[in-house]
Design a binder for this molecule. Structure first.
Ligand SMILES: Cc1cc2nc3c(=O)[nH]c(=O)nc-3n(C[C@H](O)[C@H](O)[C@H](O)COP(=O)(O)O)c2cc1C
Ligand SMILES: [Fe+2]
Ligand SMILES: [Fe+2]
Length: 393
């Protein structure tokens, strides 16, 4: 990929990955791809900001060399040790033996765990901590630790002269730069946030408190585009997301998991009834929708209706997995309605309720729609009662 200019002195040397199927071996990144971002700051001293996934090592090293024009980097700053960023760390360390690796105490613990205790000599490790300054000449990096956003060693770096925040995975999004150049930031940033970082809202809040004191003109994340416009909106959304607050408190997501289609039909009937009342409704078939998208939709809305068949005395697996993933990511602070189906011993509503009661600040609507195979008059009455509750609060 072509080298991009962030500013006169700062170049983007990251790499697009358009062939990866699953990010973290779990989250689909086709057809949008993903980027592993890396930057070079050219000054009296040269700093490379993070390495890239091992899949992208060759292209990245070639980008770095092109920008360096024969010079050698003085520092590799490691803001995050997850292998999608540290996978090429030893490659560049070998390529430039004079270069020091900049990290915090936890970074070096992880470097030793990943690459072996003797992989880097002690004199190549430059340890920084909260508030440490690394001067490159006219550019100065101030380090702000961001533990558990979303790994323990994560730190961000604020470049004081050009007012740039190197934000590690925070503010990143799926989508390679080439394939999603004109795509809006929000949808894939939301999916990235809730699936990758979501559990650690409190730690994101702590980082946001630190960055609130800074004047930020540009954010350079480790995935997706460099952010130069609309930063206020990105920060507002991160503040909202990290408090698990819905973007649309009155919108409803109906998520259904149906074996033979009757539960799905009931979910669609509910959608129609709610829309007649003028409510904004999204619907998600959990049997065909990837969990990462379903999760993002659920967090987006203030209200959720779960509709599931009973399956061998348990929940139909797509609903079970959905609820478990929601729980892992800290789902809370929502109003939830239940629809169950069971032809002989319905158990889905009870099982969904049990799971939801383990989560924080979940308000369950009183009415439960209980189908015995297919929607009938009795369950329609229940559904109307649920509609009334969903519209009342
Ligand atoms: C493999 C299988 C297991 C089921 N297990 C139960 C069960 O344990 N209890 C129950 O009441 N219904 C059970 N059912 C029936 C379904 O929960 C549901 O009532 C029926 O499939 C109609 O809804 P649907 O069209 O949304 O799948 C089962 C159905 C299948 C195919
Ligand atoms: Fe990460
Ligand atoms: Fe990452």
């Amino acid at each position: 990929m072509a080298i991009r200019t962030v500013t006169d002195a700062i170049r983007y040397v990251g790499v697009d990955d358009n062939t990866l199927a699953l990010f973290e071996n779990r989250y689909p990144v086709q057809p949008m791809g993903v980027s592993y971002n890396s930057y070079v700051i050219l000054d009296e001293k040269i700093a490379v900001m993070d390495s890239v996934d091992a899949r992208a090592a060759e292209e990245w090293l070639s980008n770095v060399a092109q920008v360096l024009e024969g010079r050698s980097p003085d520092y590799l700053v490691v803001t995050h040790m997850e292998p999608d960023h540290s996978g090429s760390l030893m490659r560049i360390a070998q390529e430039y033996p004079e270069m020091k690796i900049v990290g915090n105490a936890k970074t070096f613990t992880l470097i030793k765990q990943f690459f072996g205790t003797g992989a880097l000599s002690e004199d190549r490790m430059l340890e920084v901590g909260e508030g440490s300054i690394l001067s490159l000449g006219s550019h100065r990096l101030q380090f702000l630790l961001a533990p558990m956003v979303h790994w323990p060693e994560v730190m961000t770096a604020y470049e004081e002269t050009e007012k740039i925040l190197f934000s590690a995975d925070a503010f990143g999004r799926f989508g390679s730069l080439e394939r999603t150049a004109r795509a809006p930031w929000v949808p894939q940033a939301r999916r990235y946030y809730y699936n990758i970082i979501g559990k650690y809202g409190a730690q994101v809040q702590a980082l946001l408190k630190k960055t609130a004191a800074l004047e930020i003109q540009t954010i350079c994340p480790l995935h997706g585009p460099v952010l130069t416009e609309g930063l206020e909106e990105c920060l507002r959304l991160y503040d909202l997301w990290s408090q698990w607050k819905p973007e649309e408190p009155e919108s409803i997501l109906i998520a259904h998991a149906s074996i033979h289609g009757n539960t799905a039909h009931a979910a669609k009937t509910l959608k129609g009834k709610l829309e007649k009342k003028g409510v904004q409704v999204n619907i998600c078939d959990l049997t065909v929708t990837d969990l990462s998208y379903a999760i993002a939709s659920a967090f987006y809305c203030g209200k959720l209706v779960l509709a599931s068949s009973t399956y061998d005395g348990g929940l139909f697996p797509p609903m079970k997995e959905f609820l478990e993933h929601l729980q892992t990511k800290g789902f809370r602070n929502r109003r939830v309605g239940l629809i169950e189906n069971g032809s002989w011993a319905p158990a889905a509503a009870r099982l969904m309720r049990t799971k939801l009661e383990e989560m924080k600040d979940i308000h369950l609507y009183e009415t439960v729609v209980s189908l015995r195979s297919a929607l009938n008059q009795a369950s329609e009455v229940q559904m109307d009662a649920l509609v009334a509750e969903l519209c009342a609060e």
